[in-house]
Design a protein around this ligand. Structure first.
Ligand code: NAG
Ligand code: NAG
Ligand code: NAG
Ligand code: NAG
Length: 417
């Protein structure tokens, strides 16, 4: 009798303990856990685990602050997949400690290809974290073997609010690695993007019509822009980022096919750029409209960069671009404390005849050719107006003081909020 009740008591205590423990574990990682292994994912790198991920997502999505777990020690093959939050609770996390692999077989992408490998859309408060990786295995796309198909971006977020990405690595995307479209509130930190310097069109982070963005403590190596900031972006802060190889940090290209582009309040500071084509750049197509204003590039350390400082209002990525008088205007752009080595031309400011660049400020620029004594190209300016603050090395004697005769004012009617 006594023995029985003791056993009973032990059972009750153990049960209570277990419940307390699992609740504590759950609340520590923020709510309920949905492990893809419990939904039939194999993680053997060969079986397509898409259905398991979708099933885990369907359940995680119903519970606020839940976590979908992709455990370490496994390689999950997953075809193109969309995680939509349209009917989901808030603040869901992806804990990615294992590796998620894109398929390499041509048939996995359909006959014409798809826009992205993994889509995240209509999420409110969403986090990807962990020490795992997303591997796009893009080399089959870079070598043009699937040339007829749309090349997928790796991770694409759209129409989402408050998204965080941290910890993980995104590598070898067929095209852009991490894209945000129509998002508000994006925090990206302590994570990396990596693909070879000669992989075509593999931008690191691409922002389009997205505002209130902070990117910091991030390593970006790729074959195109480390970060590209497109039309509709404002309030973007980028700091403590390593970039290279790649094409540097770019605003643009803007105004393609006569479109209107608006970009404002962008700060890029405390950046290391190594072995890239350009360092910090603004590029616009001829024939566009709109305004880029309020941009600060500050504390930029460059090494072996072809063109550390560039504004190009004649951007053209194919041979036939026609001349046009209209342009996306560029004003109030600060380049400050930019130091290091270049391999082609230290400063290139090529502005539009009809919309000269206004209020450019260059302060404390110290750029040396990579090989001492080797001349390379002198700084170039065309229709560039603004002010120099010493020291400026090498000398930039082509920037014009004051305002152009055809000063266009800050005519940003199309860009007014
Ligand atoms: C979601 O997270 C945000 C920011 O951490 C918090 O303010 C909000 O209360 C959370 N909402 C829910 C429903 O958990
Ligand atoms: C970025 O690279 C540096 C130098 O290799 C390294 O010390 C740092 O931990 C890396 N940061 C991230 C977030 O991977
Ligand atoms: C500019 O963007 C920063 C974030 O980089 C933000 O803190 C600041 O409030 C923005 N300024 C304006 C005037 O919106
Ligand atoms: C565009 O203008 C430039 C400079 O005036 C000129 O050299 C070039 O030939 C023009 N191109 C076309 C296609 O008209």
């Amino acid at each position: 009798m006594i023995g029985f009740s003791l056993k009973n008591l032990t059972f009750v205590l153990l049960t209570a303990c277990f419940i307390w423990f699992s609740n504590a574990a759950n609340s520590q990682s923020g709510g309920s856990i949905f492990n893809v292994l419990n939904y039939g994912a194999k993680g053997d790198g060969l079986s397509d685990d898409k259905k398991a991920f979708e099933a885990a997502w369907a359940d995680a999505c119903k519970v606020t602050t839940s976590t979908m777990v992709v455990p370490s020690g496994y390689r999950f093959l997953m075809g193109p997949t969309s995680f939509s939050g349209s009917n989901c609770q808030r603040n869901i996390s992806f804990q990615v400690d294992g590796t998620i692999l894109a398929p390499t077989s041509s048939s996995a992408w359909g006959s014409s290809g798809v826009g992205q490998w993994i889509e995240f859309t209509q999420l409110l408060g969403f986090t990807i974290k962990g020490k795992g990786a997303f591997d796009g295995r893009g080399s089959v796309w870079w070598t043009n073997r699937q040339v007829a198909k749309t090349k997928p971006m790796a991770l694409r977020f759209s129409s989402s609010y408050k998204v965080t990405v941290t910890g993980i690595t995104i590598q070898n995307s067929p095209q852009f690695h991490l894209t945000f479209e129509d998002c508000d509130g994006v925090l990206l930190h302590h994570f990396s993007i990596s693909s070879p310097g000669d992989s075509p069109n593999t931008d690191g982070i691409h922002l389009h019509n997205t505002k209130n963005v902070i990117i910091h403590h991030t390593n970006l190596s790729c074959g195109d822009d480390c970060i590209s900031i497109q039309t509709g972006c404002k309030n973007v802060l980028v700091h403590n980022v390593n970039c290279g190889p790649g094409h540097g940090i770019s605003i643009g290209s803007l105004g393609i096919d006569g479109t209107t582009a608006c970009v404002s309040n962008i700060t890029v500071r405390d950046i290391n750029i190594h072995g890239t084509m350009t360092g910090v750049r603004i590029k616009t197509w001829q024939g566009g409209d709109g305004l880029v204003e309020g941009v600060v590039f500050s504390n930029i350390q460059v090494s072996e960069v072809e063109y550390p400082i560039m504004i190009d209002q004649y951007y053209c990525d194919h041979s036939r671009c026609k001349n046009d008088t209209s342009a996306v205007s560029i004003a109030n752009i600060m380049f400050e404390n930019i130091q290091g080595t270049y391999t082609v031309q230290p400063v290139h400011l090529s502005c539009s005849d009809s919309k000269p660049c206004m209020d450019l400020k260059l302060t404390d620029i110290q750029l040396k050719p990579k090989q001492e004594g080797y001349h390379m190209h002198k700084p170039f300016c065309w229709k560039a107006f603004g002010k120099l603050n010493a020291p400026i090395i090498p000398e930039v004697d082509c920037l014009q003081e004051g305002n152009p005769l055809n000063s266009w004012g800050y005519n940003d009617a199309q860009c007014a909020a």
